[in-house]
Design a protein around this ligand. Structure first.
Ligand SMILES: Nc1ncnc2c1ncn2[C@@H]1O[C@H](COP(=O)(O)OP(=O)(O)OP(=O)(O)O)[C@@H](O)[C@H]1O
Ligand SMILES: [Mg+2]
Length: 500
């Protein structure tokens, strides 16, 4: 249409590396002048939501109160908290949720974000039953879509009757979706027809690419197509013949083996490498690989995955409705009273370095660490206190609470410095010198906000005083959060680590 600009594939601008380093795949179309990716996403979601409302209203035959509905939005596995937040802001701006009645203050909470593999895993749950996967076995979801291929690994926990899965934290994604076949196909046409510029005009190239993407690509079988010719009608009627490059009577003919080598193999190899890399990184046996997303409909992709990984992974399968698995799973998840993917496996240990009253074991093993404090109590330095140990299965968002106590000699002595460390070691360490720990963050807590501190500070005692409080740690797919608690109430919050 005159006066309009075509915008495609702008979602890929929100992935972590694009946001962090400001580099996007150079093959992606430029954003229109003055527009940010988020602006386009707002426009897109606005239109999508209009359409969805219309369809939902038609389907259920009444004007539903969609303002009060919960809305679930899926995001790729590899997105970090920043990408999710941008998507969330865009969705709110696009009006996916809004105040449903006067005084409705919590309306933003009706917008839920779920990662795509998590949603797909929900849809695949029946498959894990079907293939008789047992508790403690792992399965990988490979969501091969248009732009990205995303991987995530889950562990089956709990009993079969009460199937539940936990996310094994490692996640990865890469821009090697089906769209990259189209882009490689366009490059191939450009190369073949380099001497025939009339067929390389934008409309002409788009016509070739469209034919490939909508027909030939979808039916492509792989090696068995090597001997076949694929024919593409030219958009322009001029310059119809050059048999040397396959241009015959206004049609471009491309041999199957050339398509395989130049278009399919490079992208499919990227997908295979991604899966192999993830298998190694997870460092656990993968019992099943479940392929979802539109690209998983490719016979050739499925065959190559099966050939390459079949000897190591017992079950390689595609669920029915693989192309809409994410959408179906997200809806199921939203409707379920008890979420299926409610747990997460801690990827590392989270530890505090603390001083604790000396125990006999400390006198025996580390006498040098023991000192006597002002009050005459023997204290062992360099002790470790685990908040979460590696491999622990946690509820998503579950708060791991740890009690702390600070001694203040005067009311001015109100700062507590908590240094949180992580460790990749599987063994539980008692002392700081027993293995590597990595400083994760230094969190300075001002205890003056706590009522018990205020009470003591208002009636100073000569011998000083103790303040009890709790620190809570929360893990979910994208991040780790820390909170300061007092009698179960939250007094402070910080986000300090992104797991991706
Ligand atoms: N048989 C097939 N072979 C190759 N590609 C296919 C096949 N069937 C569908 N596709 C491609 O799958 C893509 C759509 O898949 P899907 O709906 O999973 O993508 P998406 O979720 O929109 O993309 P992304 O996950 O990257 O955001 C389209 O690019 C389509 O061309
Ligand atoms: Mg997708």
């Amino acid at each position: 249409m005159p006066g309009t600009v075509r915008c495609e594939w702008f979602k890929l601008f929100l992935e972590p590396s694009a946001l962090r380093d400001d580099v996007v795949d150079p093959r992606l179309p430029k954003l229109p002048l003055g527009k940010k990716a988020v602006d386009l996403i707002v426009d897109f979601l606005t239109c999508l939501w209009d359409y969805a409302r219309e369809r939902i209203t038609q389907e259920i035959g009444i004007v539903a109160d969609l303002n009060a509905a919960d809305v679930w939005l899926t995001v790729p596995a590899a997105w970090d908290a920043k990408g999710c937040q941008l998507m969330r802001d865009a969705a709110i701006q696009a009006g996916l949720v809004g105040a449903a009645f006067a005084g409705d203050r919590e309306w933003r909470d009706r917008l839920h974000i779920i990662t795509e593999p998590e949603a797909a895993a929900v849809h695949c749950a029946h498959l894990t039953n079907l293939h008789q996967l047992r508790p403690s076995q792992n399965f990988m979801i490979c969501d091969a879509g248009g732009g990205t291929v995303d991987l995530a690994v889950y562990k089956i926990i709990g009993s079969l009757q009460n199937l539940e899965i936990a996310e094994v934290c490692a996640r990865s994604g890469s821009n090697c979706g089906s769209l990259f076949l189209d882009l490689r196909f366009r490059e191939l046409v450009r190369t073949l027809l380099a001497d025939h510029p009339v067929h390389l005009e934008p409309a002409s190239l788009a016509y070739f690419m469209h034919a490939f993407s909508e027909t030939d690509k979808l039916a492509y079988l792989g090696e068995s197509d090597d001997g076949n010719m694929f024919h593409f009608t030219c958009f322009n009627v001029e310059d119809p013949d050059d048999p040397a490059v396959g241009l015959i009577n206004g049609e471009l003919a491309i041999p199957g083996n050339l398509l395989r080598r130049e278009v399919f193999d490079p992208v499919i190899e990227q997908v295979l490498n991604l899966i192999e890399g993830q298998t190694r990184r997870v460092d656990q046996r993968i019992d099943a690989l479940l392929l979802v997303g539109g690209f998983s409909g490719s016979e050739y992709l499925f065959k190559r995955v099966d050939e390459t990984l079949g000897s190591r992974i017992k079950v390689i399968a595609r669920p029915s409705d693989a192309d809409t698995a994410t959408c179906r799973g997200a809806a199921q998840y939203g409707l379920a009273r008890r979420p299926l993917v409610s747990s997460i496996i801690a990827p590392k240990s989270y530890i505090m370095r603390v001083k604790l009253p000396a125990e006999p074991e400390d006198w025996q093993r580390r006498p040098a660490y023991i000192t006597e404090n002002n009050a005459g109590v023997h204290i062992c330095e360099n002790r470790l206190q685990y908040l979460v140990s590696k491999g622990a299965i946690l509820r998503k968002g579950q708060r791991i609470r740890t009690k702390f106590c600070k001694f203040s000699s005067t009311p001015q002595d109100r700062m507590f410095v908590a240094v949180l460390y992580t460790s990749d070691s599987d063994k539980l360490m008692r002392y700081t010198d027993e293995g590597e720990t990595y400083e994760l963050c230094k969190w300075t807590v001002d205890l003056a906000t706590l009522p018990s501190f205020q009470q003591h500070a208002n009636n100073p005692q000569p011998g000083g005083f103790y303040t009890d409080f709790e620190l809570g740690l929360e893990l979910d797919s994208a991040e780790v959060r820390g909170v300061l608690l007092y009698n179960g109430y939250e007094c402070g919050r910080v986000t300090f680590d992104f797991l991706v």
